[in-house]
Ligand binder design. Sequence first.
Ligand code: NAP
Length: 273
Amino acid sequence: MSKLQFKNKWVLVTGASSGLGEEMARQLAFQHGANLILLARRKDKLKQLKAELEKEAKVSVKIIVADLSKLDDVDGAIDQLLADGQLYGAILNAGVTYFGKHSELSWEQFQTMLQTNVVSVVQFTSSLVSHFEATGKEGGILIVSSLAGILPVPYQSVYSGTKSFILSFATALAHEIKNKQFSLSVYAPGGIVTEMTAGENFHDLQGWLMPVKQAAKEGINAFRSRKLVHIPGVMNRVGNFFLKFLPKRLIMGKMGKVYEKSMVKAEQRNSKP
Ligand SMILES: NC(=O)c1ccc[n+]([C@@H]2O[C@H](COP(=O)([O-])OP(=O)(O)OC[C@H]3O[C@@H](n4cnc5c(N)ncnc54)[C@H](OP(=O)(O)O)[C@@H]3O)[C@@H](O)[C@H]2O)c1
């Protein structure tokens, strides 16, 4: 299968208003000449990015303002995407986390996380795969999961579950696809410097995070090369390999302690007058 070529092709990026999605959109425009469909809830941020990319990178950009925790918004976005038959690629990147004690996660927060990280991803993927199977056109989807989907993280238990779901779903579905011009890939980064990790609880974990430019570059390369699953960063890949030989209970216990310490320190900072 030849590599994906994004030049002058339309590529959707969900969660393009900040972090990894915003940076992937920038690199797709500046380095690959892709036309972009940027999706998120914050219209002002999307409009700003659209103006920048059209002016500086000379590509065409459309925006879709949608809340992916709402089924109707996702259906509406899918209708727009498939209306002209021009879609070439999709990066399903939008996601939310919760870092804290599971007992303090509200039912509403849980449902929002499930809808955004899982249900919308399944909705998009199912419709786009059907479209590419029916048309036989060239293209691909990159689903942004997380290392937490491979090795679950204490204090992000629902988030880890959502990321495991989409990893399993996509890697299994990839083997059902008959269109040889189309690929379904999964990207599983460890921590990245973005809005998601800017919260107080992540303060003491900053040293573990990857710069967003590097995470975006590796993600796009994996997408272009149609990798089934890609973990960015040599240390993450080596770590993930050796973790298979160690008891998960031990590793997760250690991680739980580190995360707990970071949360306790955040609490202490917040309670200082
Ligand atoms: N940062 C990390 O350490 C890390 C590690 C591994 C994987 N990831 C994954 O990478 C992806 C991007 O995260 P990030 O780190 O770049 O976080 P981020 O900076 O917080 O960006 C999240 C993006 O998702 C969008 N989004 C959130 N809820 C949405 C909703 N209901 N409807 C539409 N868009 C929504 C946000 O846009 P609006 O707020 O404008 O809607 C934003 O553009 C996520 O799937 C995350 O799980 C992140």
